[in-house]
Design a protein around this ligand. Structure first.
Ligand code: ZN
Length: 203
């Protein structure tokens, strides 16, 4: 089983629950409809990795940078950043056919996480992804259609969240293909204060 790091120690998520279509500008860039119900899907523990791969079994991978919360005692306890890697071509085919997304979203190596830090009181954050120094994705909790507390409440209505489970809150606009040898640098901010940063080198 894979683990993620928080300053309280290592946590082993039993599952990762992801929100789809949570930023209006990203819905527009993929030509998706704005859903009336929250779009949720899951990744298993086996999706977690520290290696940022540009492909999996010959298929190109696309990145989505997301604000992530680690759950403890059924609450949002810690915050970090994650990459939700996606086989975009396959996902489009599955969507068209009305089929589940796991083959495009839940494969080995499809979830990367920074370390986590304890949450602040208002749960407002900003985050960014730079690829090779170039601003690529900018996120802000103010732009989310569903906030973190709403997401936690909605998931908890039908699924128990265990200590260490992670919620990925959806991606802002600017998604694209992972290019081998590029450097991904993510930063999490609380206003002017940098909470954490992390780099991955794409393989
Ligand atoms: Zn995502």
């Amino acid at each position: 089983m894979q683990s993620v790091k928080w300053n309280e120690g290592l946590f082993t998520p039993s599952k990762i629950i992801c929100v789809g279509r949570n930023y209006a500008a990203h819905i527009a860039e993929l030509n998706n409809e704005t859903p009336t119900n929250m779009v949720l899907f899951a990744k298993p523990n086996s999706a977690i990795t520290d290696s940022l791969n540009s492909e999996h079994l010959g298929e190109a991978l696309h990145f989505e940078t997301e604000l992530c919360f680690l759950v403890k005692n059924k609450q949002l306890a810690a915050v970090g950043l994650g990459l939700d890697l996606t086989k975009r071509g396959l996902q489009s085919t599955l969507k068209e056919k009305g089929l589940p997304w796991e083959r495009a979203k839940a494969f080995n190596g499809s979830a990367l996480f920074t370390e986590f830090v304890v949450v602040n009181s208002n749960l407002h954050y900003q985050f960014s992804l730079k690829i090779d120094g170039k601003d690529t994705q900018l996120g802000d909790t103010k732009l989310m259609l569903h906030n973190a507390e709403q997401i936690l409440a909605e998931i908890s209505e039908f699924m128990d969240l265990e200590d260490g489970d992670i919620i990925m809150t959806g991606t802002p606009e600017g998604v694209g293909k992972v290019v081998a040898n590029s450097t991904f640098a993510v930063t999490l901010m609380d206003g002017q204060q940098e909470l954490l940063s992390h780099q991955w080198q794409a393989l």
